[in-house]
Design a binder for this molecule. Structure first.
Ligand code: ADP
Ligand code: MG
Length: 702
């Protein structure tokens, strides 16, 4: 149970002044982590950290004040100029001056009587707001603050700026957050005193107070002790949760899986290629893990197209030789079917039995599949989340392989390992996560990397093209198709709520169909399963030559003879996603092309992303650029998957803390495995605070 001490932080945000039920609905837009399915809490708001600060400590002369920024001025009020009668839409102006120049304070829809009181003619006032100059004349529209000189101390000298969302004013949000800081209880300290001292960390309460009531602009810097304290807490909670999961998974002793290589040999004989050195090394790592009495917990990291599937197959071959069953889980139906169709042939040529299990298998077929799995008549089960369901019972599951892991959460990892005894675990990811992030995302796993692509691959030529020149592209595609090439055409997912006019996959299909006729196919998320299969199959067979789709085809799809990919509205995609998408081509030995269609005008970040894409195909470099261009939460795709992301930790800034947190978490669990010491109890509070209660449950389960 959550410690009562935390109650004030878990109260709904509506207890705060100024936050009614209506505004509360907008809060999820500013809270830096997922709050779906529950109210936004006071504690959530406290982790909304300022991104900048308004500094009013200095007063400027009008003539010297910088333009287009918030400045503070000390002026004398000269006269008021209300809008002419009947022209209420024109602004109300109040003129003033200082020793250097004149200024007009400008108000729209103003109440004259109120302005008369706030800015009496002849008085001296301090005004603060954004200064503009029109033809050299200074103006300030709706100053943020206006106080008589006599009451100058009422002017907030430093004021945080928080993320904004439509409908929620900065003022209201700031007030709510400040009110929230008064509710932070005194919590037992969970930090190791030595770490605290070494890092000069303030207490949690002090840290939150300092960040939301800064006394110096440096206070809100991510490198400030206050910010680093919060980041450390978050990283520590994450590391502790991962360490607990790991301990739980490793706890049940494994058993050695050894084989005589007979299945493996047959599969190798059936492969139309030989493995790359990197693949061989990965297979070797895995076979060595399997042969050990401990459980395997290995991450197979390999860029798109690096050939992870066949490595997985070799692992499953060994499991089968040892007399056990394997399960391979993919995040989407399409991907599961694709794995199934590529693995089935090879596995069956080696005498193994395979089965597929997704949400779509129903009725008799499903019952029979389940029976075969339960009786041990299936060696390899390939599927989606459906494999996690209770109805699925294995006779002897020894190996679980999870593809594209970042879309699955920690629970699912546990769920699958509960389906057998001491199940060995292989996780495959195409996300080229930098080493620092492997730790936060996956915890302590052994890592194998496929660092080279299969031989014979030619680099993919990437070009960018403004949408206006789409006609040229269509002409080129016509001749490409005539020469037998295949084209993916990706459109962004269009949400109905979006007001920007984007071409959806359906619109694009409608536009291209008159040109390309029945050579164009379409695939998207709202199609039924069999329709999706049919669309994929037609493209694979070459009945269609252009496949228009959404990011449904982002992950893993493999049509080796597709050589062109067009990504429409490329400016809307993140770098990691663009890279994943581009990886759909360049899989055979023919020259491949990627066309990034963009809509002008391009923002700065979008421009940088597109140029990174033009410059390199190196997934690791791309992920590093990506990390620079945006936060790490997005990089891991946590926004979509609801996997734990970060509220305050910035991996690019706080990587040093991650290492300390990791060691700290391990050491703590060695000394106090059930977290029953005073510090252990305090750490449980930390886990609750950061929403890692799952991990606490693991403790109790033992
Ligand atoms: P990913 O790592 O993206 O999952 P896949 O396993 O789908 O990559 O493999 C991509 C393509 O490369 C597939 O068509 C596969 O048959 C092929 N492939 C895999 N290994 C090799 C190899 N050693 N030599 C040639 N082609 C290979
Ligand atoms: Mg794959």
């Amino acid at each position: 149970m959550r410690p009562n001490l935390l109650d004030p932080l878990f109260a709904p945000a509506t207890v705060l002044d100024g936050i009614g039920p209506k505004l509360a609905k907008l809060l999820p837009n500013v809270v830096p982590h997922d709050t779906t399915g529950r109210d936004v809490r006071v504690g959530d708001l406290l982790f909304v950290l300022p991104h900048s600060i308004i500094d009013r400590r200095k007063t400027y002369l009008i003539s010297e004040a910088p333009e287009a920024t918030v400045v503070t001025l000390k002026i004398s009020i000269d006269h008021h100029q209300p809008p002419p009668p009947g022209k209420g839409k024109q602004p109300y102006r109040v003129y003033g001056h200082d020793a250097s120049n004149e200024i007009a304070l400008t108000f729209f829809h103003a109440r004259g009587d109120w302005l008369g009181k706030a800015l009496p003619e002849g008085s001296e006032v301090i005004v603060s707001g954004r200064l503009e100059r029109f033809n050299g004349r200074a103006a300030m529209v709706h100053p943020d603050h206006m106080v008589p000189v006599a009451r100058a101390d009422e002017l907030p000298l430093l004021e945080n700026v928080y993320p904004l969302t439509a409908g929620l004013s900065g003022k209201v949000l700031r007030r709510a957050i400040l009110a929230g800081t008064d509710r932070v209880p005194d919590l037992p300290e969970w930090l190791d005193p030595e770490v605290s001292r070494g890092q000069n960390f303030p207490s949690l309460r002090m840290a939150l107070h300092r960040l939301h009531h800064p006394t110096d602009p440096l206070d809100i810097n991510p490198d400030s002790p206050a910010w680093r304290r919060l980041a450390y807490d978050e990283l520590l909670a994450g590391q502790l949760a991962l360490a607990l999961v790991r301990k739980r998974i490793r706890k049940a002793d494994g058993r050695p899986l050894v084989g005589n290589g007979s299945v493996e040999r047959k599969i190798r004989a059936a492969l139309p290629y030989s493995l790359t050195a990197a693949q061989e090394k990965a297979v070797e790592d895995i076979h060595a893990d399997l042969a050990l009495p401990e459980r395997m917990l290995r991450l197979l990291q390999g860029d798109v197209g690096s050939g992870k599937t066949v490595v997985a197959l070799m692992a499953m071959a060994r499991a089968a030789e040892a007399g056990g069953q394997s399960a391979l889980m993919a995040p989407t139906e399409i991907l599961a079917r694709q794995h199934f169709s590529s693995i089935k042939v090879l596995a069956e040529s080696a005498g193994l039995k395979t089965a597929i299990l997704t949400g779509r298998e129903k009725g008799r077929d499903r019952t029979e599949t389940l029976k075969a799995i339960a009786e041990g008549n299936v060696d390899i089960v390939i599927g989606t989340h459906a494999i996690f369901q209770d109805a699925v019972q294995f006779q002897n599951l020894v190996l679980a392989i999870i593809d594209e892991q970042h879309r699955f959460g920690v629970h699912q990892r546990l769920a699958i390992s509960a389906k057998g005894e001491a199940v060995d675990m292989l996780v495959m990811t195409a996300t080229p996560i930098p080493r620092t992030l492997v730790l936060t995302a996956f915890g302590d796993m052994d890592v194998s990397r496929l660092t080279e692509k299969p031989a014979g691959r030619k680099p993919i030529q990437t070009v960018t093209l403004p949408l206006e020149r789409i006609g040229e592209l269509v002409n080129r595609l016509q001749s490409a198709i005539q020469s037998g090439q295949k084209v993916y055409w990706i459109c962004p997912l269009v949400e109905e709520s979006e007001d920007i006019k984007l071409m959806s996959a359906e619109d694009r299909y409608a536009a291209l169909q008159p040109i390309f006729g029945d050579k164009v196919g379409i695939i998207h998320g709202r199609m039924s399963g069999p329709d999706k299969d049919a669309a994929m199959l037609a493209f694979k067979n070459g009945d269609t030559r252009i496949l228009i789709g959404t990011t449904v085809i982002e992950v893993g799809v493999d049509v080796p003879d597709a050589t062109i990919i067009v990504i429409e509205h490329a400016e809307r995609f993140g770098l990691a996603q663009l890279h994943q998408l581009r990886g759909r081509v360049g899989r055979g030995d023919r020259q491949s092309n990627c066309v990034l269609l963009y809509k002008e005008p391009l923002g700065l970040v979008a421009r940088q992303r597109l140029s990174v894409m033009r410059e390199t195909e190196d997934g690791f470099r791309i992920s590093e650029e990506d990390l620079k261009l945006r936060g790490e939460g997005e990089l891991l795709g946590t926004k979509q998957s609801g996997a734990p992301g970060f509220r305050v930790a910035r991996i690019e800034r706080h990587a040093d803390l991650l290492q300390i947190a990791r060691d700290d978490a391990r050491l703590m669990l060695e000394r106090d495995p059930e977290l029953t010491s005073p510090r252990g109890e305090a750490l449980k509070t930390l886990l609750y605070l950061y929403g890692r209660d799952d991990a606490v449950r693991l403790l109790r389960a033992g």
